[in-house]
Design a protein around this ligand. Structure first.
Ligand code: GLN
Length: 474
């Protein structure tokens, strides 16, 4: 499949058309969606209309955007006007948002064609897409294994060549982890770089929308389109989108890169070997590699599993049977709320709501939530110290390659540990990229992770590009 950049160029130059590119995507979806359960909803009619608009603009000789005619898959926690938006939860059954997420408006303004909504762990809580109320997504590279999560459907859409690009959201790793498990590129942007307006909130201080793609260049292309200040998101950074594509070939000459022990320890031997080899490649390309230890990172998982559920317990209070989707009738309002939430939420979501409510409750607040916030501050300071010594950090994205269905569902802790290397970036509000590099058990892809301070996306993408080129990907 051609890259998003090539598709957009062909559409603009008349060598292809948005309509034709859409049909290619739709037939790829038809071929494997029953098997893989990637899309929960395919908006054929809306996509055809969007494609037609692009083709008409091209025919009139108008300027079309950088994503002209490029089909894009959307994680189903992004609000799209008039299109069922479920968060893979029964509680939103039948709800159609009355407005678009800012990222969707920006995609369409750039000429992209949104084709449909992809499966996720319910409310983005999970690491395997197995908590979806609509069944798991299968990994296109090995359908007996998970695609990762929570943006498993978006990662699988790209890995199965259904669409060249997809949007995901990353609260603790949900873009990078499925990207790693599906052998593609995923970026968790700096907190505030991409507007969260219209992203159904999981943990508002951690959530970020970001790109999933086959190549680093395509990730840069998509991120440039969706980034930049949005007055509708009060946490949005004040500046316009950074220029990323111009820096793709900057390389790593003279860069200092820290190889972080805490982002490698405990990973499978093949994963460790891939990180070692990535370090060698970066060194050969002119970077200086320094071994580093940041012990605070070990506290990330514990802090995250207090902060994220605490915020989720508050955010999910709005699903009460009155305002959205499902309602289970009962004798009075309280009983209706309870019956609706009991029927509408799955087990993992209920676990998070209870954890969060407990952590925030009077008497426990200081011991749990308050303590977790202090750890978060320590982590931010530890990263800041590290970035006084080095420009970027290197580690693994995940401890293992894609795992078989059911292998971690019995024990929530084992599932939570799949994000042990990705969570610190979210707590610090910083940026990171996962790039496929080497293979592990069963010949499945390994992702290596590059981390940087806030607003370091250009640097991260350039370093990721060095790894990609070393792997022989154009
Ligand atoms: N797997 C983590 C969790 O379950 C992260 C999820 C995410 O980033 N949305 O909370």
């Amino acid at each position: 499949m051609r890259s998003a950049g090539e598709i957009a160029r062909d559409v603009r130059e008349g060598a292809s058309s948005a309509g034709r590119e859409l049909e290619i995507a739709l037939s790829a979806i038809r071929a494997r969606n029953d098997e893989l359960n990637v899309f929960l909803y395919v908006d054929e009619a809306g996509a055809r209309l969007a494609a037609q608009r692009v083709d008409e603009a091209v025919a009139r000789g108008e300027r079309t955007g950088p994503l002209a005619g490029v089909p894009v898959a959307l994680k189903d926690n992004l609000c799209q006007r008039g299109i069922p938006t479920t968060c893979s939860s029964r509680i939103l059954e039948g709800w159609r948002p009355p407005y678009n997420a800012t990222v969707i408006d920006r995609l369409v303004a750039a000429g992209a064609v949104p084709v449909g909504k992809t499966n996720l762990d319910e409310f983005a809580m999970g690491s395997s897409t197995e908590t979806s109320a609509f069944g798991p997504t299968r990994n296109p590279l090995d359908p007996t294994r998970v695609p990762g999560g929570s943006s498993g459907g978006s990662a699988a859409a790209v890995a199965a060549d259904m669409t060249p690009l997809a949007l995901g959201s990353d609260t603790g790793g949900s873009i990078r982890q499925p990207a790693a498990l599906c052998g593609i590129v995923g970026v968790k942007p700096t907190y505030g770089l991409v507007s969260r307006y219209g992203l159904i909130a999981f943990a508002s201080s951690l959530d970020q929308i970001g790109p999933l793609s086959r190549s680093v260049a395509d990730a840069a292309l998509l991120l440039e389109v969706i980034a930049g200040h949005d007055p509708r998101d009060s946490t949005s950074l004040p500046e316009p989108a950074p220029s990323l594509r111009d820096h793709l070939d900057d390389g790593v000459v003279g860069r200092r890169i820290g190889v972080v022990r805490e982002l490698i320890d405990g990973a499978d031997p093949e994963v460790v070997a891939s990180v070692d080899r990535a370090a060698e490649v970066l060194r050969a390309a002119g970077a200086e590699l320094v071994p580093l230890s940041i012990p605070e990172l070990r506290l990330g998982l514990s802090a995250y599993y207090l902060i994220a559920p605490a915020e989720a317990s508050s955010n999910l209070a709005r699903f009460d049977g009155v305002r959205y989707g499902l309602r289970v009738d009962a004798d009075d309002v309280a009983a209706m709320n309870e019956a609706t939430r009991t029927a509408g939420f799955g087990a993992e979501v209920k676990r998070r709501i209870m954890l969060g409510t407990y952590a925030l409750s009077a008497g426990y607040y200081d011991a749990y939530y308050g303590q977790a916030l202090k750890v978060r501050t320590q982590m931010i300071e530890a990263f800041r110290r590290a970035y006084r010594e080095v420009d970027l950090l290197l580690g693994a994205t995940t401890p293992t390659v894609a795992f078989p269905f059911g292998s971690k569902t019995a024990n929530p802790m084992s599932m939570y540990l799949s994000d042990v290397f990705t969570i610190p970036t979210n707590l610090a509000g910083e940026a990171a990229i996962s790039v496929p590099f080497g293979v592990g058990e069963g010949g499945l892809p390994v992702g290596v992770q590059l981390l940087g301070p806030g607003r370091s996306e250009a640097r991260l993408l350039a370093a990721g590009r060095v790894l990609e080129l070393a792997e022989g990907r154009p």
